[in-house]
Design a protein. Sequence first.
Length: 432
Amino acid sequence: MLVSLLQKSSRPMMSMQKTLPKFLSTMARTTSAAVHIDRFTPSSTTSTTTHYDQRLPNEVNQRNALYQDEAARTLGDVTASVRHDWTKDEIAAIYSLPFYELMHRASMVHRMYWNPAEVQQCTLLSIKTGGCTEDCKYCSQSTRYKTFVKPTPTMKVQEVLQAAQRAKDAGSTRFCMGAAWRELGNKQNAFGHILEMVKGVNAMGLEVCCTLGMLTAEQARQLKQAGLTAYNHNLDTSPEHYPNVITTRSYEDRLQTIANVRDAGISVCCGGILGLGEKETDRVGLLHVLATLPEHPESVPINALVAVQGTPLGDQQQEEDDDAMKSVDVFDMARMIATARIVMPRTMVRLSAGRLSFSDAEQFLMFQAGANSIFNGDKLLTTSNPEFDADQALFRKLGFQGKPAHQGPLVAPAEADGHVIVTHVRAEAQLA
């Protein structure tokens, strides 16, 4: 018969803390796949329920109790801290956890910091399409490539505000405006119109986001004064792989814009794209840069490459039988999302471009991994996206509700110093 004993006192925990390190050390020596991060600090306040089976020898019950206690404290430490001192090795170890274990831990973290039933709906509008002079190898809006995109002038303020109202009526709580520019530069007339757009959208009670290329500190200050909530400026990939994708803007340029935005008091939205020919080490490298910023991004969009014919990466994907260039699958996305959720627990993780290629069940797996925001509407800048009605049907199917505007993460009950322990990794965990 199983008897459940709830250990509410810290005294049994303290005694187990004396024996647990030796036990774990022995287990590590007998498990060839074990990887331990030597920063684990047991918590003396964790309560666990230990099950004793009277049919089993006492030493077996004691061993099981140690397993249960170690697992409970592992999860407690995973969720306990918001860190900015992650090492690449630590993030790689988390990324390389067996998939079932990674998903479980990420889901636990997610529920500590966020209401799992809430998913923010965001709308992205291209207010100025095409004509960009940059050479991003994935982008349909570059003047360097022959794609289906035709340059258009900047939209009028009233047109944008009408689109924002439609987005709000459809359930969006964040409205993002994108312009295909390398930088704002000296576009004073256009910038004045954008400031009006920001003020108008803000007056509707929506969160307001812009993605306009590189910003100066003064431009960021003016956007903040106009009521801008967040500014999107993606890093796209790791510093090492970045030169293979973009040469007209440096990684340091991007980091400087992010710093200008952060210093102005605007929330940073910054993520990347999977499917750029990167290796797993590059995915870890991108997460390492994001997780070690002075402040974690308020939101991290995770994109799956939408290959556009006419762009170098789009044509390469069609022509080459290259594993690195094959379409990103749901396990790639879920592993990236789950790792981001663990190392940046207070950050919103947003499903962005490429969502149309995933089924409802696959999207559910990504939500389970820790995603809690989507872009809705039938178009993301120039690529197709699920329509409003399809997303509403998905929300009903999964039991989700929209996240209100201007609502941050929960205050985690164990938000204190603590570290993650990784006890085993995938058999194939030597990252490519």
